[in-house]
Design a protein. Structure first.
Length: 164
């Protein structure tokens, strides 16, 4: 009788991928959230050395907060092969405070905790008991966040001043 295969379950969901290939190896950063822990962005890098792939958690963000079910969705932007930024949206913290916040993190800042580049109110999600599966969309150097009956657009204004 054949043996039953062992299975493993993971409490992570991978949402965004940024890949950079150098001459010696490929490093792929995977932005993920952990459903079993505080709402943090986790970066896993896939390295291929001598034909042996290895996946390692290289850095995490501080908690982005939120009061709904754990987890959130991310997007990654870059200027090609370098300078990745992970964008994440928090959930509302309560029925009374329906604000969602946009966060930007530098996954390559070094250390065990990522540098937070930005945090700002990005609208609201008024259906607190309905899961807010909102995704920050990145296009042409701007970040778009759709909330309840509104669209917030974040980007750099002419002259280099950040705003939304």
């Amino acid at each position: 009788m054949p043996k039953k295969a062992k299975t493993a379950s993971f409490s992570f969901s991978f949402h965004s991928v940024f890949s950079h290939r150098s001459s010696s190896s490929t490093a792929t950063a995977l932005a993920a959230w952990s459903a079993a822990a505080a709402p943090t962005v986790k970066v896993w890098k896939l390295r291929n050395s001598n034909g042996k792939p290895a996946l390692a958690n290289t850095t995490n963000s501080a908690s982005i907060g939120g009061g709904q079910q754990p987890g959130f969705l991310t997007s990654v932007s870059s200027n090609g092969k370098n300078n990745a930024i992970i964008w994440a949206l928090s959930h509302p913290t309560s029925k009374e405070d329906t604000t969602i916040n946009l966060f930007a993190f530098n996954p390559d800042s070094g250390g065990s905790t990522m540098t937070q580049l930005f945090k700002g109110a990005a609208g609201s999600w008024t259906t607190y008991f309905g899961q807010s599966n909102l995704v920050p969309m990145v296009a042409n150097g701007q970040v778009y966040v759709a909330g309840n009956k509104q669209l917030q657009i974040f980007g750099i204004l002419p002259g280099g001043k950040g705003s939304h």
